[in-house]
Design a protein. Sequence first.
Length: 353
Amino acid sequence: MATDELRSTVERVGDRFNLGEYEIDAYLTVLEHGQLTASEIADRTDIPQPRVYDTVRSLSDRGLVELRESRPMKIVSIDPAEAFDDVQDALDEMIDELEARYTAPARETEAVSLVKSRSTILRYLEEIIESAEYELALSLTPDLLVRFADQLRAATNANVSVDLIVTPRSEAPSPAEFDYLSVATTARARRGITTPVIAVADGNYSIYATQDALRDDQDRYGVIFNRSALGFLVSGFFGTVLWTTAEETLGENGEGRPYPRRYASIRRCVKDLIDHSGEAYATIDGRDVEQGGPRVVRGRVVDIAFEMSEEVASLTLETDDGEVTVGGRVAALEEVEAHEIHIGRHQPPPLDR
């Protein structure tokens, strides 16, 4: 297909599907009832009476409905298979031609990226959820929870630990209506539409966006952190600001995941250790706080420091070289900044390299 022909086809297909809000409402309403008058469409939709006639004539011009010039005029639905038959072949041919011209871009995201498109934000949310190997922190609206439910079920089935906040609380489905434990290890609800949409996979790959950014508001944006040391800001904000103020528990799996376990968040690790009695052993892959170089330490957990505000969370390990204190990202008081924490019950687990 020549370039001019392809352009013409794209324009023709685009025109058929380029429906406004009123046109979509009118079209779906007519399809549902089969036949309506203009007044009946106005009664069943939010379309102002003066706009109904222009709206249905636009649908008629596109071949989506039939107008019968009676008194009153009747708008009659057309079988969608018939209405779209003339563009089906063109659409298939257009997609084949576009695929032939498509050059897959490198999907390596910059360390920090700003995105403004709603569809792009949704794509990154899905990618982050699916990339998690052992830990997910999420703040989602009820609509996003339903949208990504299948991906979250796949994550929990793969023993990924999922902390989920659903917001606003007033719109969150009740546990009787939605099986939260099928999509999360722990699920909570938080009050207010000011709560941002967040996803953090393994403490490494994350997104922060306002709820407005998911409503096609082009003045808003989302921020992507991919393999960036700044990503801990999102995880820390989630753990200290959002999670601690999400007061209603929607579901919680008391059994937890099997050992050995991996953590990106020391706060999550410490809370799990507090909840589970018995000895614990850790392997810490991190960085020496004073020297700045990479450091791996192994040993038995002999002490835990934790405050309910979650401002303090640290471990002390008994190693072959003596006791070593371990903190989270940007630790200053401890000796090691933990990037990845492996917990076992009988011995320090090996690192997954």
